[in-house]
Design a protein around this ligand. Structure first.
Ligand code: UDP
Ligand code: MG
Length: 330
């Protein structure tokens, strides 16, 4: 390994947000622990830990986390008081990781992301790369609806903001340097995949086939996904607001045309018949206004949330952290 730019082998922390994942979690923990052993053998990491963030689950998720944390030195758990959402749970994990690791990898609890690419991610890190994105090559295992809505979303996002990476979700590696930069962002409305790519640190991509969810159900039904998408757009772009102005100008232009037409017709001594055209335009303009107000409302709602500066999440309890795999004295 001559071409390594980093001068020490890193301590890795894998962050896994979990919401009602009791069915899949034992398997996930075992697979990640095996992977960490391999990484140590390959000397890609010096220490490897797994942080399971329980996002206010109502099933046996926390019990599973606790019992694994007792049995395995590399497993730690953080329990949030209530369900704060995937992005906030991930943020909780990232804050926890900042002082406890040199590099983090975030991954979903359901093993849909291929952990076989982790060595490749770390190899990039060792070459001096700060952020490595996991990119889904194929989405054959997703339903048609999920696939096409996701595609539309990535296209729209990219068109509007220009910094969303196609087919990348939240499976990524972040170096401690980039993580500390990320943690300076004060916003409450989190859209991490956009935030991380806007940091601008050296980055690379690894590709994998997205697997089927190993067990349990998706926590992102269509309505939740749509609201996540809207959140992503309004967190990163003010173009919809500019769009409203354009729409307004267009309407004014149309009305000027109508006025001119009415005057011309009046001069010719006629009146305009037109109950239908009147009603259609009434509804059309009314509907457009409502939509426009709605879009503005979305942004005002965001500002409202931001100015309140409420904590992103609240921690209920955590298991004991075993730093460097040496029991901490408490
Ligand atoms: N998740 C979470 N809080 C939530 C919803 C989801 O921490 O409120 C976690 C969930 O346990 C999983 C990840 O976020 O580890 C992604 O969720 P899921 O796999 O259900 O989403 P999908 O892959 O279907 O988009
Ligand atoms: Mg999933």
């Amino acid at each position: 390994m001559e071409n390594l730019y980093r001068n020490s082998i890193p301590r890795l922390l894998i962050i896994v947000p979990c919401y009602n994942e009791e069915e899949v979690l034992p398997e996930t923990i075992n697979r990640l622990a095996e992977q960490i052993n391999l990484l140590k053998q390959q000397q890609l990491v010096s220490v490897g830990n797994i942080l399971l963030v329980d996002d206010g689950s109502t099933d046996g998720t926390w019990q599973i986390i606790e019992s694994h944390a007792q049995q395995k030195r590399e497993v730690a758990g953080l329990k949030l008081v209530h369900n704060s959402g995937h992005q906030q749970a991930l943020w909780a994990g990232l804050e926890y990781a900042a002082d406890r690791s040199d590099v983090t990898i975030s991954i979903d609890a359901d093993l849909q992301d291929d952990i076989q690419v982790i060595p490749q991610m770390l190899t990039y890190y060792l070459q001096g790369i700060d952020i490595v994105y996991g990119i889904r090559k194929e989405r054959k295992t997703d339903t048609f609806l999920k696939r096409s809505s996701a595609q539309l979303f990535y296209k729209l996002m990219n068109g509007l903001t220009g910094n969303v990476i196609y087919n990348h979700a939240d499976f990524r590696l972040i170096s401690n340097r980039a993580l500390r930069a990320l943690l300076q962002y004060p916003e409450r409305n989190l859209f991490l995949r956009g935030l991380v790519s806007s940091l601008g640190f050296p980055s690379a991509m690894v590709y994998y086939d997205r697997q089927k969810r190993q067990a349990g159900k998706s926590k992102y039904p269509l309505c939740k996904m749509l609201s996540f998408a809207a959140d992503g757009i309004t967190s990163f772009s003010v173009r919809p607001l500019q769009g409203i102005v354009l729409l307004g100008l267009l309407f004014i232009l149309v009305s000027v045309g109508v006025i001119i037409y009415a005057i011309v017709v009046y001069w010719e001594g006629e009146t305009i018949p037109g109950w239908t055209s009147l009603l259609v335009s009434l509804w059309l303009i009314g509907g457009s206004m409502m939509t426009a107000i709605g879009i503005i409302g979305e942004y005002i709602g965001k500002i409202y949330k931001e100015v309140k500066k409420r904590p992103r999440y609240l921690v209920d309890k955590s298991t004991k952290w075993k730093d460097n795999n040496v029991e901490e004295r408490s």
